[in-house]
Every structure is written in C-alpha cells, then in structure tokens.
Design a protein around this ligand. Structure first.
Ligand code: SF4
Length: 214
C-alpha cells in the first residue's frame, strides 16, 4: 500500500469508527475557542471546559475580557497551568480582536498566526472548526498516531508532520481526520499504556502492528 492509499484507508476506517468526532473543547463563539485553545496547552480539554465557565461568567464578551486586569484573568485560569503567560496572551489577543478586527476573529490563517499565543495548531483548529476551511491540526495524538500507523516516518516536529499530511490528506477531510485521531489516540492507540492493537480498527493496515507499507 502506498502512503496515499494508506492515508485514505485510515481516513475511511476512522470515519466509520468515530462518525461524530468533533472538537473536545466546548465553545459557542469563535473568540471563546481562541481562548480555550490557549488554555489547553499542557492542560486537559476537560479542565479547560470547566475553567472557561468561570471566566465567561465574570467576563462574558470580548470587550469585557479585553478590559479585565490581567491578574484577574490569571486568578481564574491558574488551574490550567502557565497562568501568567496564558492570561497575558488572552488579554492581548482580545484587545487586538477588539481594536483591529471589530470584535471578530479573522478567517485568515496568517492573521490568526499573528495573534498572541496562537500557533499553527491553534490557527488550523480555528480555520477548520469555526470557518470550515481545510485544516490539519497536529497535536500530540496526531503526531504519535501517524508515525505509528506509518503515514509518516519518524517525523516528530509538528510543522513537518503538518506539511507531510497536507500532501496526503484530501483538504476537506483534514479537520475531521485530526479530530478522529484524537479520539482514537485517547481510546485505543494510547500514549501511556501499550496501544490496544487487538481491538483497533486499523490493525490490518498499521505499520506498528507489523504491516509494512511501500
Ligand atoms: S494497530 Fe496498534 S499501533 Fe496501530 S493504530 Fe491501532 S492501536 Fe495504534
């Protein structure tokens, strides 16, 4: 099987396995997803989903967050870790949305990338989930799984993995495919334990399970 064939087969199988896989960060407005992805660095999505409720209760819109003292934001987001830098980025980011984008999140990848605390992973997540544009989100699950499966070979750098996947994954599939990798990485192809290859929907095609591609 070539890498292209393997990738398409994995996409199909994961679609069957996790038809409803979606972003695991809760949000109902684009700016809230921007805040959540910043908080999610080195923190679980479940904890972020709880912490943001406190944040939005006190500061319910972009203007309110932009005007909030950074130390007050930090007090609330501290349970997510890295409180000082996350609060600083969130404050700066909301000020830019308010002052330069009329209170909207830009639907342009490079504009997103220029926002404080927004890296390629976050910018891709916003492009895919909020704007329905092609996106490849290379988080820790994605990187581990595509290496194990044999879609890429020994590439750990997130940007390099992203660039390889752009060559292999049909653009309209990218966002959902990456969400499904997260589900599969949490439930079956886990990081901390031995992966559960015996009950994996990819076991007949996965390189780590002994299948060698071309
Ligand atoms: S067969 Fe094993 S290593 Fe391969 S994707 Fe499935 S769980 Fe992961």
């Amino acid at each position: 099987m070539t890498k292209e064939e393997l990738t398409l087969e994995v996409i199909d199988r994961l679609r069957d396995e996790y038809p409803d896989a979606d972003c695991t960060l809760d949000y109902n407005e684009a700016w809230k997803l921007l805040i959540s992805v910043r908080l999610a660095a080195q923190c679980t999505d479940a904890r972020v989903n709880v912490v943001v409720q406190d944040l939005y209760e006190k500061y319910p819109d972009i203007n309110a967050v932009a005007e909030a003292p950074v130390d007050k934001i930090e007090e609330i987001v501290r349970p997510c870790g890295l409180g000082k830098s996350k609060a600083r980025d969130i404050s700066a980011c909301m000020k830019i949305l308010r002052d330069e984008y009329g209170g909207r999140v830009p639907d342009d990848f490079n504009a997103l990338l220029n926002l404080p605390g927004v890296g390629r992973k976050s910018a891709n997540l916003i492009m895919g989930d909020v704007f329905g544009k092609p996106a490849i989100v290379t988080d820790t699950h994605c990187i581990r799984l595509v290496n194990r499966i044999g879609i890429v070979d020994g590439i750990k750098d997130p940007k390099k993995v992203e660039m390889e996947l752009w060559k292999l994954v049909p653009p309209k599939e990218g966002s959902s495919f990456c969400h499904r990798l997260v589900y599969h990485g949490r439930e079956v192809c886990t990081a901390r334990t031995k992966p559960y290859c015996d009950r994996c929907c990819l076991k007949e095609i996965c390189e780590k399970n002994g299948v060698k591609g071309e």
